[in-house]
Design a protein around this ligand. Sequence first.
Ligand code: NAD
Length: 569
Amino acid sequence: MSVPSRIVLTGFSGTGKSAVAPLLAEHFGWDVVDTDRLVEEREGKPILDIFRDAGEDAFRDLESTAIADACARDNVIISAGGGAVLRTDNRQTLAQAAFVVCLEARPETILARLTSRGNTEQLDRPLLASGDPLSRITELKAARQHLYALCDWAVHTDGLTPEQVAVEVIRAHDERAAEILTTAGRVEAMTAPAAPAPTKTLHAVPEGAACMVGAASGEYPVFVGWGTLSGLGGLLRDAGIDRFAYVISDETVWHHLGDEVEASLRAAGIGFDSYTVPPGEASKTLDAASALYDWLIDHRAERGHTIVAVGGGVVTDLGGYVAATFARGIPLVHVPTSMLGQVDAAIGGKVAVNHPRAKNMIGVFQQPRFVLADAAVMRTLPEREIRSGLAEAIKMSLLDSEDHVDFLEDNADAILKLDRDATVEAVRRSVCFKAAVVSEDEFETTGRRAVLNYGHTLAHAIESTTGYSRFRHGEADGIGMMAAGRMSVAMGLLAPDVLDRQRALLERYGLPTSAVGLDRTRLLDAVALDKKVRDKKVRWVLLEGIGRPVLHDDVPDNVVASALDSVLD
Ligand SMILES: NC(=O)c1ccc[n+]([C@@H]2O[C@H](COP(=O)([O-])OP(=O)(O)OC[C@H]3O[C@@H](n4cnc5c(N)ncnc54)[C@H](O)[C@@H]3O)[C@@H](O)[C@H]2O)c1
């Protein structure tokens, strides 16, 4: 009797498919086709990039083609991606062509395997990115279990070496594979699931977290609280990224917070080393990143270790960029300590260093494993930094809702004094709004995330034409928001009284709404150079009302010019 000349290995990430497939191939004298690798080879880029550029559906289409092509070959061991069983068509193709073996493992075993191999598998990253990866694995695996169960044979791999698993698969193939060709209804049974495939659900928010960022490349909690920095070590432990921590900070922040960070890591029994850069934008360079690579190499940092960025936006951007690029990416945790860092910079995965000719020009997306925002640490932050950071909180509120704006209006005194409850709530509201936006449009491809640039186009022009020294970013943003608001009114989109309300709110927080001495011509040149210029048009974020941002690349030059005039004293 003929026996199928194909074996497919299905199962969750970390069950051992990639390790076992070559052993089987060697035994049978067959080839290995790893469907994830095949898709990557064909597309010329890693799976996460395919997810980012084209979305999960597009990846699943490519995966289906790879599975069909693999099944058209004879004498192959097919290692199928963990999500391959989600599609009915894939299960049918596999069942018709091959002896289907599911490799099983307990969530604890899976977590240990994924962590011990330094998180090398692209698609494992989102699994490990939540604050509680064990629960995430358990939940996702349970949701797919009814589909993994649709197989000819299952091998429980806990406690077995890949060689022992291979022996089990060979034995099953030798004893059972011939039967499958004559088993009536087998393909139908493996194709029709008892229950529909689950849809993606966000992991439950862990205790103490304000919200989750649910990005395609990583899902993670953002913790917002007061006096919570001491819990850093425990959170690293809970997240399973506690092998060694490389803490990056700036000298000022480390002077204030170094002892507490060190005590927390020691209490959790986590080995660590720390590195400080001088405070300020001048530290956000490729040279600074290069010095950090040297330091990491000197200390034999490896992929299972974690970078913890403790500081303002400069440190989280620099530390994040280094974490994203060192050894092709190592786990990252953000501990933002400035107002701008807490309400904005640490959320969303944009990390970058500056090019001498363009700010933030050298960057990537790298989502952290979690963000720990302790509002109490801002008690040592200079008042100007607090106000400037709050400009971003005001921006979030204008983009979000009336209720959010009301809150900032009603609690301005308390927030400016860093009153505990009001400050935590202000940070929480900003973080959760930005988390929701980023979750919808991680890589800024649909326009949803682009609305966060409200006021930024002109703000960047103001900062660059004044040498990044006269204004803090939030201050420039206040002026930029006023110009964008003015354009919105001139375009007939926004009621003038909403613009008045925006102005009053910025003034309430001591932020400038106009500036003297700016060079109008240089500002317009800088706007034209801005990276948000598309097809020679500037894409402005405008408002149709509070909570109703819109993108416009059709703002007439005279409207831009008169909006600019309105903010130049
Ligand atoms: N990645 C993003 O999405 C994003 C978003 C917005 C801004 N950014 C970036 O963030 C950077 C600006 O961030 P920033 O305003 O936090 O600047 P920063 O990191 O330079 O911090 C501002 C100052 O505050 C000090 N400081 C920070 N925390 C302190 C504390 N708790 N106590 C005392 N002093 C403290 C710092 O030492 C520094 O002198 C810019 O480079 C900007 O490009 C990034």
